[in-house]
Design a protein around this ligand. Structure first.
Ligand SMILES: *Cc1c(COP(=O)(O)O)cnc(C)c1O
Length: 365
């Protein structure tokens, strides 16, 4: 069996540090807003080269609270790609905004800025580029669009911790997730908002904690969505290894490219020009994807699909009024994409087995 991810191998590297940290939190009973939370926020802000980080309960809350902190007009549109995890669209609705979907580009399956420009209507106030699979959406064109149309930019960076892009404008506001399977994963639910503006960071922080900075003084109506102290301990230990782990993912991606490039009918993922990719997912495209996936699973290869049903075709978003055919690039991709095992502890021999099984599956089509 070759697992899709190997959280156990990652844990083995940090086990001692996590055990020590947990013992410290238990001894001090610092369960909520303990010192490890502030320390992690500082460390992750420094790692991300963004001035402010606010830990939150999960990635979906991170997107919602980042949007809420901007105080956009209720019901305003927010452009996001149809090709994303449901949470991006869900958070937009939960923030009182209206999802405005746009297609992705066929090369990288990231938000297509031209499609975003066409989709944005007069009532649109924000754009949410999603750094899907571990590489950044084209931020130059996204910022050009945002400047031209007066849109706020909120980046969904749940899959891109440690990625970068040449010549891009600095992060103004981004949301990330530390769901266990992410490149930087907690041992439960966790997320964060990264902000360049101290005022926006403060607004997010107020929202995470009942609208309160000073105990029992509630400036605004908020939520309870704080980063758990035990999760902060895990994240601090793992953050020290994230750059190395991302480098291992890049090595694995290069090896996949070597092993798979000779297999007829398989389309391999590419980093977009200027992107440092962190390969959260290694997503190939194949014809008859369900048959290929089935063969690989029978061969003991853990494969997954990210994501089989685009946002506009989900029952939960029926009210947006879309139909099949509205976002053809996303729809075609949804039928062809297949995520192969990808994690920092994947071995060369495991990758060779994946390649062999894929070659066999493709020959059987
Ligand atoms: C994981 C993920 C989220 C949501 O994060 P949670 O912590 O699971 O709430 C949002 N957007 C994308 C693209 C994701 O991959």
């Amino acid at each position: 069996m070759i697992p899709f991810v190997d959280l156990r191998a990652a844990h083995a590297e940090v086990a001692d540090e996590v055990a020590e940290g947990f013992a410290r939190v238990l001894r001090d009973t610092a369960f909520v807003q303990g010192p490890d939370v502030a320390a992690f926020e500082q460390e992750f802000a420094a790692f991300s080269a963004v001035p402010h980080c606010v830990g939150v309960g999960n990635g979906t809350d991170a997107i919602e609270l980042a949007l809420r902190a901007l105080d956009l007009p209720p019901g305003a549109g927010a452009v996001l790609p149809a090709n994303t995890f449901v949470a991006t669209a869900e958070a937009v609705v939960r923030a009182g905004l209206r999802p405005v979907l746009a297609d992705c580009d066929d090369d990288h399956l990231l938000l297509d800025p031209a499609a975003a420009a066409t989709a944005a209507d007069a009532g649109t106030a924000a754009v949410l580029p999603v750094h899907l699979y571990g590489q950044q959406a084209p931020m130059g064109p996204v910022h050009t669009l945002a400047t031209r149309r007066g849109l706020a930019v909120v980046e969904d960076a749940a899959q891109s911790q440690g990625s970068s892009q040449d010549g891009r404008p600095p992060v103004s506001l981004a949301a990330t997730s530390f769901y266990p399977g992410k490149n930087l994963g907690a041992y439960g639910e966790a997320g964060a908002v990264l902000a360049s503006s101290p005022a926006v960071a403060r607004a997010v922080r107020l929202l995470t904690s009942h609208g309160s900075e000073e105990k029992y003084v509630h400036e605004t109506l908020g939520f309870n969505s704080r980063l758990d102290t035990l999760q902060a301990v895990v994240l601090r230990a793992k953050l020290k290894r994230l750059a190395t782990w991302n480098e291992s993912r890049r090595t694995a991606a290069t090896r996949y490219a070597d092993l798979l490039s000779g297999i007829q009918g398989v389309r391999l993922p590419q980093p977009a020009p200027g992107n440092l990719h962190v390969w959260h997912l290694y997503v190939i495209r194949v014809p008859q994807r369900d048959r290929v996936a089935q063969s690989l699973r029978e061969a003991g290869i853990g494969v997954q699909i990210h994501y089989p049903v685009p946002i506009h075709l989900q029952p939960a978003f029926r009210s947006l009024g879309h139909a099949a055919g509205d976002f053809p690039v996303t729809e075609t991709a949804a039928a062809e994409i297949l995520s192969l095992p990808m994690h920092p502890h994947l071995t060369a021999s495991q990758q060779e087995q994946v390649a062999e099984a894929l070659d066999k599956a493709m020959r059987q089509l």
